[in-house]
Design a protein around this ligand. Structure first.
Ligand code: ARG
Length: 459
């Protein structure tokens, strides 16, 4: 299609390194959609005759039907999806196909196709994350009052509720969705009509193609339009950030499913066995979600480095923009679906969680706070007194709330019976009523507020 000035064809390796059809065939729907909009605009503007515009439109539909039925054939000689589609169009309608590329270049064409693809992918990720949020909300509601140890340094710190813990992930996913929404708003301008780099002398109507393709309007600078891949980088940034969250949640599941913890048992559907150790139930899906985040972050780094230092406008390096985005899309989709399935079907062992919370002296802060509140002791001193109570309980092999009043008074005479009201894990979580705190009352409010936001703004 560009061979006019060449006497010889490309070498086999040139053909191979040059071709993007093996991967960009994934954009065939977007490519044909862009061509439909372009052909209609050429007709409306009188750049091609109404008959030719109609023939182009029908021909593109025929090509779409073929691709739909048989897939896109990989022909390295045709280089990319744009040339392949045009060649198939010529098979359908003959020489008129050659009028489609009037006032257009593959540079604005690929920029448009890829934006459409990334926009679809952004919407898809957002929808999948909404389902994950629903799963988190449902399980959080069920466990709004289920006590578990809260950790810092992976050491039992203070009791929290499982509902509160799950809602922490709900918040992360809410931010991920708002990042996708932000990225979508910025990406939703149409580069079509920027042509090769400088615009075109044909009397095109960029507003009409932009609106036909669901964009908010045309991009403003032709050089920027054909060389900008910010939209893909922003999508990957959102995907990478989201994958970090998923990997943290996955890691919790790996830890919780281990025997020493035993906080969760994964359903059979989300476990795998070992070929040698019959007792094993491995959390492979969680481990792979954890692992995939590395590859998704790698995709972001890959595209950033591809774009770094490229002069205006288009350079062929930019053809390498697609594989990392496709890979991140696939891995993110799988990761979200797997985490959703695990959350929905997990059995939370609340008995084990409660026992672990009770075993870890996790109400020590409550004792110190009681000494401050009820006995007027400065916090630093209260902290010290509490440390002695913990040491005593540890030496006796009992929980803090099992220390006798005599033992407590021996540590500090200002302690009285009322202290037992704060030493249980239930009393501890119930007392944490500050906004955003773990008290079941607050957790239920947080769930209701999340549901209301979902109704109101969709996320
Ligand atoms: N396959 C190319 C890509 O993905 C399409 C644009 C080619 N443009 C060009 N001037 N060679 O980037």
């Amino acid at each position: 299609m560009w061979g006019g000035r060449f006497a010889e064809g490309p070498s086999a390796v040139m053909r191979e390194i040059n071709a993007s059809i093996p991967f960009d065939k994934r954009m065939w729907r977007q490519d044909l959609r862009g061509s439909q909009a372009h052909a209609a605009m050429l007709g409306a503007q009188g750049i091609v005759t109404p008959e030719d515009a109609a023939a182009l439109g029908t021909g593109i539909e025929l090509v779409a039907a073929d691709f739909d039925a048989d897939g896109v054939p990989v022909d390295l000689a045709l280089e990319d999806i744009h040339m392949l589609a045009e060649s198939r169009l010529a098979d359908k309608i003959g020489a008129t196909a050659g009028r489609l590329h009037t006032a257009r270049s593959r540079n604005d064409q690929v920029a448009t196709d890829f934006r459409l693809w990334v926009r679809d992918s952004t919407d898809e990720a957002d929808r999948a994350l909404a389902v994950l949020q629903d799963a988190l909300l449902a399980r959080a509601e069920e466990h709004a009052a289920s006590v578990m140890p809260g950790f810092t340094h992976l050491q039992a710190a203070q009791p929290v509720t499982l509902g509160h813990h799950l809602m922490a992930y709900y918040e992360m996913i809410a931010r991920d969705r708002s990042r996708l929404t932000d990225a979508r708003a910025r990406m939703n301008l149409c580069p079509l009509g920027s042509a090769a780099l400088a615009g075109t002398g044909f009397p095109i109507d960029r507003e009409s193609t932009a609106s036909a393709l669901g964009f908010d309007g045309p991009t403003r600078n032709s050089l920027d339009s054909v060389s900008d891949r910010d939209f893909a980088i922003e999508y990957l940034t959102a995907a990478a950030q989201c994958s970090l969250h998923l990997s943290r949640l996955a890691e919790e599941f790996v830890i919780w499913a281990s025997q020493p913890f035993g906080f969760v048992s994964l359903s059979d559907q989300w476990s795998t066995g070992s070929s040698i150790m019959p007792q094993k139930r491995n959390p492979d899906a969680a481990e792979l979600v954890r692992g995939h985040s590395g590859r998704i972050v790698g995709s972001l780094v890959s595209l950033m480095i591809t774009m770094k230092g490229l002069p205006l406008a288009y350079s062929k390096d930019m053809q390498d923009d697609k594989p990392p985005v496709f890979e991140a899309h696939d891995l993110l989709g799988l990761s979200i679906a797997a985490m959703t399935g695990m959350i929905e079907s997990a059995t939370f062992r609340t008995d084990r969680m409660r026992a672990a919370a009770e075993a870890g002296f996790s109400t020590a802060t409550d004792l110190a706070d009681w000494l401050v509140r009820e006995a007027g002791i400065p916090f630093r001193e209260a902290h010290h007194i509490t440390g002695r109570a913990v040491a005593r309980a540890e030496a006796d092999g009992i929980r803090l709330d099992q220390l006798s009043i005599d033992a407590l008074k021996e540590i500090d005479a200002r302690i009285d019976e009322r202290v037992y009201g704060v030493l249980s894990v239930d009393a501890s979580v119930s007392s944490r009523t500050s906004f955003g705190g773990t008290s079941p009352v607050r957790v239920r409010e947080a769930i209701a507020a999340a549901r209301a936001r979902h109704e109101e703004i969709g996320r």
